[in-house]
Design a protein around this ligand. Structure first.
Ligand SMILES: C[S@@+](CC[C@H](N)C(=O)[O-])C[C@H]1O[C@@H](n2cnc3c(N)ncnc32)[C@H](O)[C@@H]1O
Length: 274
């Protein structure tokens, strides 16, 4: 079980993200970015993999893109389906692991937005996902996903985080209408490149008393640019563009050095090689 498999997390996801990204939004402009990609590459159909509660799926569907969704978490799929119904959108949303997902049709564009790929905890599963997604694409189909450049000073700090070293992240009003604080204790293992630990959700009543405390586990893998280049090659993809952030800034495709900037959000665009 991971964070997003829990009903309470799925039901609060949109609410706490608004607050989490209020100060510094590393995903600013992401919906427009994916809409542009869909208009460019999505003529044969689009699939939003790890669609979560549908931030990309619904935005693209509302803008006339033919799109299906999929997520490993049934709870996230349920929230996305309810939001689609509220918007009168008739969408197919498949609960499935991206290492195995297949809807029985092919797409010209597969999108994994806002860190879904980073939730694959091992290189074996990354390879399984890339190979499977390749099979779900039409010839020359496009896959896009993002990764955050691993940043050594943060890794070093996280190596010393213990299971009880909770750090305040954000405060928001949850789906019960109550104030809720989110803390996290996430540690980094340099051997597996995994970040793992718990998020703690602390819910208060209107008298300021704690009425619930929930621990939800999180596991993500940090992946270096050099690895992603090799993974793409191994799994039958050619990298055609690399963006830093969603505002159109392109990285040099031929520059194979690793990260130079703090925690850059890198968006990979790769084409299925046939
Ligand atoms: C940070 S959320 C992003 C959701 C959505 N793309 C967005 O932009 O809001 C990551 C999502 O990846 C999903 N996920 C994690 N591992 C997955 C897997 N192996 N296959 C499919 N989805 C997965 C989680 O359930 C979660 O909904």
């Amino acid at each position: 079980m991971d964070l997003h498999d829990y009903k309470d997390v799925a039901e609060n996801y949109d609410l706490y993200l608004q607050s989490m990204y209020r100060v510094f939004d590393k995903h600013e402009n992401f919906q427009e970015f994916y809409l542009d990609l869909a208009r460019k590459y999505g003529q044969g159909g689009v699939v939003d993999i790890a669609c979560g509660t549908g931030a990309v799926l619904l935005y693209l569907a509302q803008n006339g893109i033919e799109i299906d969704g999929s997520d490993i978490s049934e709870e996230m799929c349920k929230v996305a389906a309810q939001k689609a119904a509220n918007l009168d959108l008739d969408l197919k949303i498949y609960p499935a692991d991206m290492t195995k997902f297949s809807s029985g049709r092919k797409y010209s564009l597969a999108i994994i937005a806002r860190s879904g790929f980073m939730h694959l905890p091992s290189q074996e599963l990354q390879i399984a996902a890339l190979r499977n997604i390749r099979e779900q694409l039409l010839p020359n189909g496009i896959l896009t996903f993002n990764s955050f450049d691993p940043w050594p000073p943060i890794q070093a700090a996280q190596m010393n985080v213990g299971p009880e070293d909770f750090r305040f992240d954000c405060e928001y009003i949850n789906s019960n209408g109550n104030k809720e604080m989110i803390y996290n204790a996430i540690s980094y293992d340099p051997y597996s490149q995994q970040m793992s630990g718990n998020w703690k959700f602390v819910e208060y009543n209107d008298k300021g008393e704690v009425i619930a405390e929930r621990l939800r586990p999180l596991m993500m893998r940090q992946t270096y640019r050099s690895e992603i280049r090799l993974l793409a090659e191994l799994c039958g993809f050619e990298i055609i563009d690399i963006y830093r952030g969603y505002k159109g800034d392109k990285e040099d495709l031929n520059d194979i050095s690793s990260a130079r900037d703090f925690d850059s959000n890198i968006i990979w665009i790769m084409r299925r090689k046939d």
